[in-house]
Design a protein around this ligand. Sequence first.
Ligand SMILES: [Zn+2]
Length: 158
Amino acid sequence: MQLTPNFALWEFERSDKAIEHGIDNRAPLFAVGNARVLCAAVLEPWRWLIGVDAGAEVPIEVRSGYRCKPLNKIVGGVALSRHLTAEAADCKPVGFDIDEAFSLLYELAMDGVPVDKAILYAPERGGSIHVAYSTSIEPRRRFYFWPAGRSLELWTPP
Ligand SMILES: [Zn+2]
């Protein structure tokens, strides 16, 4: 099932860990709805802006989207992880600088795109970008960097 023009449901459900542990990580309907809103409200505009910056389309890979409870536990996700409701996705632009992509996401958030929380993970932590939103609260637009060997720190634009 296609969620929005450039993002499909299977990208949100796939997980090597789930396969490895025989876990059924198919998203329930409410989570499918959330994933669709995340794509429409945040990921599509972000993909578009990265494309403008690069002068060509840049796909965004969803590395981890929806996580059912057993999967979330196995990957060490926090108890109230937004991944449990598909209100978050860990993403990576393909062939585009990740720091630059994070800056562009910040620009969008300052421009009204409803990013609640974004985390840039250092390469040692997987080198992806966690993007969370919520329709149930006013987006807080908090941006963090998670360096290797240290705790989460606030991120400000360079
Ligand atoms: Zn995440």
